[in-house]
Design a protein around this ligand. Structure first.
Ligand code: AMP
Length: 407
């Protein structure tokens, strides 16, 4: 049985002792420089708790959702351990038969998250010589296979495409030293556990394993028990606690009126960059089109869009050329974009936990943010369930008294 200590003990707390500096975590100079150029002043609580044991080579079970800084908590130790222990007796050049001495493997449930993790390897590893490759489905495999031939030490992958490549004998994972499973609860939801088990069969038993998940459903416990050896358990910000810095509000509005209300609210110039969540892909397209027809820059991302179209929309959003991104939960999972000023729950989610994930997209890394929900008569039950889980009432705003500056 995996028992996880009370999350609140490690959650960010006003009375906490001041956080340590990155130097105190034992990071080497090339990583300290990269962290500094990323603009980080201090480690987040998950980084403070997970980096030292991960650097020692211990297994880690981390309960943390996106927005806590969990990616750096495993990327930095991997970069450091690989830099400090160059493999002996092995040529670093590609062997020509498609196999490469891959030493760290990170599995992620979605291609967006995999790309973000890869970006972190690039950013935090920019003063090291380590190479990484990102592998996911939905695009041709040719480029990815070519990159594997260049002999990367690190592979970030979604499980499905990775198993395809393993089956074709295109990569050798027999020298993995560190194995990371990120957002394992999502992997479970998306039916990836059989693929994860296949991958476990081809990596060494003796290795370091870092296991990160926002929640720990009972179905995950056997897997965690099996693959982790005496893990150090760290936990921050339990999923049921909404970030304190997010101002929440709800409008009672019927479904057909929602789009008009959204356009009125978007007149507020304080809404500089926002994500609008819809329940369906169809809904996302409809809302994005209505906004565009109303003269508001908007684009939709969801699973039916091509990888290129999704990446274009995300890049436009990241660079500030696109003000409104309309997304389904799955597509928005792990969007790592700072300074999202507002999150709109255009449709309320079926799962209260999704509400917490959604509003966690704003108020990241210390900033404030607002989350505005639209609740139709049919959605009242969902709102009550959300309020039970987040243990607070969401203040109600009146759409009729809406001035142009209000949002
Ligand atoms: P993550 O939880 O890994 O998705 O990270 C959430 C966001 O926090 C990302 O935009 C990171 O760039 C940012 N971040 C990570 N670590 C720190 C830190 N120590 N200080 C400030 N921002 C950070």
């Amino acid at each position: 049985m995996i028992s996880v200590q009370s999350a609140s003990a490690l959650a960010p707390h006003p009375e906490r002792a001041p956080a340590s500096h990155f130097e105190q975590l034992g990071l080497i100079e090339p990583l300290l420089r990269a962290v500094q150029s990323a603009g980080y002043e201090r480690p987040t609580p998950i980084q403070e708790s997970a980096i030292p044991p991960a650097l020692r080579g211990d297994d880690v079970l981390g309960l943390a959702q996106t927005g806590t800084g969990k990616t750096a908590a495993f990327v930095l130790p991997i970069l450091q351990r690989l830099t400090e222990s160059r493999p002996r007796g092995r040529g670093r050049a590609a062997s020509g038969n498609g196999s490469a001495p891959i030493r760290a493997l990170v599995l992620s449930p979605t291609r967006e998250l995999a790309s973000q993790i890869a970006r972190c390897f690039a950013d935090y590893g920019k003063y090291t010589n380590l190479k990484h490759v990102v592998i996911f489905g939905g695009v041709g495999q040719g480029t990815q296979v070519n990159e594997l031939r260049r002999g990367p030490e690190i592979v970030v992958a979604t499980p499905g495409r990775l198993v395809d490549l393993i089956d074709q004998g295109l990569l050798d994972l027999s020298e993995i030293e560190t194995f990371v499973l990120d957002e394992v609860d999502r992997m479970l939801d998306q039916g990836f556990l059989p693929a994860v088990r296949r991958i476990l069969n081809v990596i060494p038993r003796e290795r370091q394993t870092l296991f990160f998940s926002a929640t720990m459903p009972t179905e995950l416990e056997p897997l965690a028990d099996r693959i982790l050896f005496k893990p150090v358990r760290v936990a921050v910000a339990p999923v049921a606690s909404t970030p304190d810095r997010v101002d929440q509000a709800v409008y009672y509005v019927e479904q057909p009126e929602k789009r008009v209300l959204l356009v009125r609210l978007l007149r507020n110039p304080e809404i500089t960059r926002c994500v609008v969540f819809t329940r369906t892909k169809h809904g996302a397209n409809r809302v994005a089109k209505y906004l565009a027809d109303s003269g508001i820059q908007a684009d939709a991302i969801h699973g039916n869009k091509s990888q290129n179209a999704r990446e274009r929309a995300l890049a436009g959003f990241r660079e500030g050329n696109l003000r409104v991104l309309v997304a389904t939960d799955l597509a928005a999972r792990g969007i790592d974009i700072d300074s999202i000023s507002h999150v709109f729950n255009y449709d309320l989610p079926n799962e209260p936990e999704s509400y917490v994930h959604r509003i966690g997209r704003t108020a990241r890394a210390g900033a404030g943010g607002s989350a505005i929900a639209f609740c139709s008569a049919e959605e009242r039950g969902m709102l009550s369930r959300i309020e039970r889980v987040i243990k607070r009432r969401v203040p109600v705003l009146n759409a009729r008294s809406l001035g142009t500056a209000q949002a």
